[in-house]
Design a protein around this ligand. Sequence first.
Ligand SMILES: [Zn+2]
Length: 260
Amino acid sequence: MPHKFLRLISAFVLACAVLLPGVATAIPVTQTLTVQVYQLCDDAGQNCSSTGPAGNSYFAAETNKIWAQAGISVLFNFVQQINSTFFSTINDSAGNSLFNLGQTYTPGSNLSSTVVNMFLVHSINGGTAYGEGWIGVGGLAIDMDLVSAFNGGIGRIDTIAHELGHNLGLVPNSLGGSNAHSSVPNYLMAGGNIRLVPGSLNDIAPDGLGYDFLPADQIALAQRSSLLQDVAVNNVPEPSSLALLAAGLLVLAWRRRSLG
Ligand SMILES: [Zn+2]
């Protein structure tokens, strides 16, 4: 009968809601990406690089909205302030490149396939790049002076998400990449010279202008990165334990009735 069918559906939906909290959201988070944060300051521990907007360190809100398209949640873990004038401005030709910085302060996890180290510096290659990241392994640097000043101080809010995309392996030639970049301006992985940068959370896909879009083939590749960890579903009652609980309550109810 229709009514009985509807009730079964309702019961099933309710059971799912109880047993699998979180899966009802539009974009379920299935993986996490943990970013280890290092902030560069001068030798005296002064003049530290910015960590991003107040209340939104590392542009975490934008980074997470962008990567939510792939079901990936990005967690930032501040590890250490590094006091080094030398490494506060990195340069590929001066012996203080991103590689040198990683080797010096994170020697065990530089170019790692399981750890992302993010260095917030004042300048990269004389201010010629907002950020740089390894392709297919963890490790990136952000020119926080440039990124913070962008768009009248709103910030270049998708740079960290973009460099993380490189760490996750984007974009190989097999997916249409050229120099690891897409040629579509509203894609997250478009090169910095053509990318359409959102002015706020509202501009980021799937909303508004649809900027920082991640196409399905790039999502599929990124999701295979060893830098990601599958989300463990914890603290969910096992169906068997729920059944046992129900059985126990029934027994209690029967005993009460028999006593009464
Ligand atoms: Zn890039």
